[in-house]
Design a protein around this ligand. Structure first.
Ligand code: PEP
Length: 253
């Protein structure tokens, strides 16, 4: 059985102090929760990482991810952070290919495949994001687009590498819009993604693959989405910024 994973992407929100208060609230809310078969990840801005790690360590219930990384270990890349630096700071996960990175920073599948391999080389676990835009869905191209993102971004990885990757399906039209994919729409795409992995890597890898849904997940819709057979949890943006909401999502799955 696959574990459920609930990851909170804080994007470029919160001060360091607010981030620490948020984690204190999550620690307190999870005090009596054994989190059996569940993994909780928070993904704060880079600057917050040391303070957030210090705080999560006090309760030992939450893992920490970063929102992006460069592909080199070090070098003359002003403004960038390497996988090695993240690992040294105690980070375990890194989101790659979030639609905001693809849209505003022109990250494409070719760049993302390099970043994914670089993260894995430092034992950082990638959460690889994919998803179609509204116009792509309206044109009936959503399966094709997601397939291309998955194949070009991930399918040069070996079986050993791919076991350490989480996929997040995030339809762009549902991110930050309050418009969620229906559980059936999300399930259909998750089954499609799992099918791609089955064809490429075989049944064992496909059935162990964790595929998160992202796009306006809230406490009142999480249970229905996470109850679908191929949805293994969520990548949560807005609702991860309030302890009460994020805890509501965690407890509803
Ligand atoms: C996200 O940032 O990945 C996301 C899904 O955001 P939201 O939950 O706010 O739609």
């Amino acid at each position: 059985m696959r574990n459920k994973v609930i990851a909170g992407n804080w994007k470029m929100y919160t001060t360091i102090e607010e981030g620490v208060v948020l984690v204190k609230g999550l620690n307190a809310g999870l005090e009596n929760n054994t989190l059996e078969n569940k993994k909780i990840i928070v993904i704060p801005p880079f600057l917050h990482i040391p303070s957030v790690i210090e705080e999560v360590k006090k309760a030992g219930k939450i893992h920490v991810g970063a929102q992006n990384c460069h592909h080199e270990k070090e070098g003359a890349y002003t403004g960038e952070i390497s996988p090695r630096m993240l690992k040294q700071a105690g980070v375990e996960y890194v989101t790659l290919g979030h639609s905001e990175r693809r849209q505003y920073f022109k990250e494409d599948n070719g760049m993302l495949t390099i970043k994914t391999a670089a993260a894995l080389a430092e034992n950082l676990l990638p959460i690889y994001c994919c998803g179609e835009t509204l116009s792509e869905r309206e044109a009936g191209k959503e399966r094709e687009i997601v397939q291309q993102q998955v194949e070009e971004g991930l399918f040069n990885l070996t079986e050993e590498q791919i076991k350490n990757v989480i996929v997040a399906y995030e339809p762009v039209w549902a991110i930050g819009t309050g418009k969620t994919a229906s559980p059936e729409q999300a399930q259909e795409m998750h089954a499609h993604i799992r099918g791609l992995f089955r064809t490429k890597y075989g049944e064992n890898i496909a059935s162990d693959l964790i595929i998160l849904y992202g796009g306006s997940v809230k406490p009142n819709n999480a249970a229905e989405l996470f109850g679908m057979p191929d949805i293994d949890g969520g990548l949560v943006g807005g609702a991860s910024l309030k302890a009460e909401d994020f805890l509501g999502i965690i407890t509803s799955c």
